[in-house]
Design a binder for this molecule. Structure first.
Ligand SMILES: C[S@@+](CC[C@H](N)C(=O)[O-])C[C@H]1O[C@@H](n2cnc3c(N)ncnc32)[C@H](O)[C@@H]1O
Length: 294
């Protein structure tokens, strides 16, 4: 069955794009094409250059956006390094949207290893064609490196203890699946949690996903270069799903504002409204920040 997909804060995003000058929107994380489709329908002056690192996501976006071929171009690329691509340089860019993290389709595919609720290989790469896997990290990094990773990217409590358990476990057998890793996490934190408490494996998996996909690398440099590429009056919109990412985006947009290169659209992030939280509970961690290029 096709995974149900809710583009996060789609109404707020479309509202913030309604008045941008005509041109192209870089959708840096086109995913399943949900936001792109809303923009194509509701912001007639925009075309969409949709990027994704994940080939499967692009195939899905291509299928969902098939009726809009005259206003859509799709490309496999990492958005953080897209600004020098000819496909960007040759277009008049008036909007940028980034909705990072992973899509429902990626999360629900056990073979990708993103979900601690599904048994699968400990992979977690968004671009399956290259780079290290989560299993490479878990089985090769030192105790100190793993501790720092879980602490910094997952804000995991008792990160040192978890790293120690991982080292002990892998002396017996390599940790190659999501279930094996979850079992180690449960040895440290237990396996029963009250309703509403997030399973600690979620933070551990988040930390590994950020690391494997270099999710925070290049974001600051990308945002700082946007005023070179986006036309005056154009808008930059960033969704974030954890505090590390949001702090980075906030600090960088404020720096652009301090340098007179953009103006932040709001002093505080925008959060999903009650109706969206009800329809799509995982959206609770989302925050939206935006700026208009000077
Ligand atoms: C949350 S989904 C985006 C959903 C999309 N906005 C929609 O409405 O369908 C995130 C997507 O961004 C992709 N992605 C994450 N980081 C990326 C990056 N640095 N460059 C390109 N794609 C990225 C992931 O592969 C995934 O398909």
């Amino acid at each position: 069955m096709e995974p149900r997909h809710y583009p996060v804060m789609r109404n707020e995003i479309v509202d913030l794009l309604r008045d941008v000058p005509p041109g192209w929107m870089i959708d840096g994380t086109v995913g399943l094409g949900g936001h792109a489709l809303r923009v194509l329908r509701e912001v007639p002056q925009l075309c969409v250059l949709g990027l994704d690192m994940d080939r499967n996501s692009l195939k899905e976006a291509d299928r969902r956006l098939a009726g809009w071929q005259d206003r859509v171009v799709l490309l496999q690329a990492n958005y953080t390094s897209c600004l020098d691509l000819p496909q960007v340089q040759e277009r008049s860019i008036t909007a940028v949207l980034v909705d990072p993290g992973i899509s429902t389709m990626q999360l629900q595919d056990a073979a990708r290893g993103f979900s601690h609720n599904l048994d699968g290989p400990l992979d977690m790469r968004k671009d399956q064609g290259s780079g290290m896997t989560a299993a490479d990290v878990v089985n090769n990094w030192s105790q100190e490196q793993l501790t720092a990773l879980f602490r910094e990217y997952g804000e995991v409590r008792r990160a040192g203890e978890l790293a120690k358990r991982i080292i002990e476990m892998r002396l017996f057998t390599p940790i190659l699946t999501t279930t094996q890793l979850k079992q180690v996490v449960e040895k440290v934190f237990g396996s029963r949690f009250p309703r509403g408490v997030v399973h600690p494996a979620a933070r551990v998996f988040q930390a590994l996903r950020i690391c494997v996909n270099h999710e925070l690398d290049g974001v600051e440099a990308f945002i700082l270069r946007l005023p070179e590429v986006v036309k005056p009056g154009g808008r930059i919109l960033f969704l974030s799903f954890h505090s590390l990412e949001d702090r980075l985006v906030k600090r960088t947009l404020r720096r652009l504002q301090a340098e007179g290169r953009a103006t932040c659209l709001q002093p505080f992030p925008v959060f999903p409204q009650a109706d969206e939280l009800q329809e799509n509970p995982p959206s609770h961690s989302a925050r939206l920040r935006g700026a208009e290029v000077a």
